[in-house]
Design a binder for this molecule. Sequence first.
Ligand code: ADP
Length: 473
Amino acid sequence: MLSLRYKLALYYLAVLSIVMLVCGVAIYGYISRSLVRTIDESLDHQVLKLEQIANLSTYDLPSEEPDTLPLNSPESDAIPIALHLMQVINQRGEIKTDSYANPNDEIAADLNALQQLQAGQTRHDTVVAPSGETLRLATRRARGHDNADFYVRVGYSLAALQQARKRLLLIFGIAIPLALLLSGFGGLVLANQALQPVDSITKAAEQIGAGDLTERVPVPAQPRKMDEIGRLAATFNTMIARLQAAFERQKQFTSDASHELRTPLAVMRGELEIALRRPRAPEEYQRTLGSNLEEIIRLSRLVEDLLMLARADAGRVELQCEPLDLAALCGNTVEYITPLAEQREQTLSYQAPPQPITIHADQQRLKQLLLNLLDNAIKYTEPHGKITLGLTVEQQHATLTVADTGRGIPAEDLPHVFDRFFRRSAKTSDRSAPGSGLGLSIVKWIVEAHGGTIVVESQVGAGTVFTIRLPLA
Ligand code: ADP
């Protein structure tokens, strides 16, 4: 298989050869034709002169004997070419007067051909004389004073024209192959240069295939000067960067997940080992089992969340969407979670809108979304704080707000709260709030799967507001 650079150079060469050949033939044809035309024009002029002279001489020299005309006489010196032949032929096709540059140049008069001419008409022929000389002839049917037609003929050697043609062919024969050779080489160099970046992309791709995602393809420094290949390189780099980021995230996710699973398992194992060291009172076993059960519940929740996110990543979570009244769903959820808020002596308020608000959504997922947000609000708000769930409709959208008067989220954390395993409490000494850091990631996924958006605003010490917009059914 020919490489692309050779193919490009070959195509280029083929097209150029055709163009040069066509141009060469056209130039050659045009030059020879215009040379012959120039000769013909001169011959026309000469043949007229000869007609005049012959007409004069029929009066002055009525002799029957063939006479010799002065070839290239001073009367005809207005014509720049030197004639090779002059003939005056009578009606019967007899040469009455003639003159030749070379005695062997005599051309016989063919009466049949001559008679085809109309009076006053001139025709041109190319003939080979007995001497081997190629001659261009102009033959004219002239009308004599006695009203008897006769013929005059002049001839010019085409030797010089043939020479010129030969030279032209020679020049073309050398110049065209030379030009093709040079441009073929130039085409190869150009194709080579143009395809150089493709080679580096291929090399980089091979490196990346070998597992090195840090490799990048060289890209022209100025984006404005980027050609197709430059854009390909840039696109390739962006793709690899995204691949690398996804790969890093995946690694981070796996390591975070194992870490989250390891801690509770270590706690449970420790408690059980201590409990088993010697026989204990039933209450002690009960306490250990109770504490283990708590950890197991937490672990199952975590595993469920992880599974849900993994499925979401793989695009395998099917939403069971149906028309549902968001106002009623909010009412139910608030009712369900109120005991939790009451435990912390917080007020949880929800002002239900007067009419149902119908959206097309998966009820289970939306309930999970509300629970996660309300649970967070309760968790991160001090006792006696206030939590408000709001629901309004505006421009084809239902807007849900979950506001609390809790501790707030520091500005530097705001961009990260939706990241997986992001937990403020884990970074500070506050480990009181149980949670895996997956809650908000799941919330965000649910909102986006329903075609909605979520934003968070917060002020440290004053409270946090999550605002969700979902399209109406
Ligand atoms: P977690 O399981 O830790 O609650 P989330 O994904 O639900 O995980 O939340 C991530 C982090 O965002 C929390 O650790 C907390 O620091 C912060 N956060 C979430 N909701 C609130 C809120 N209502 N008020 C203050 N901080 C919040």
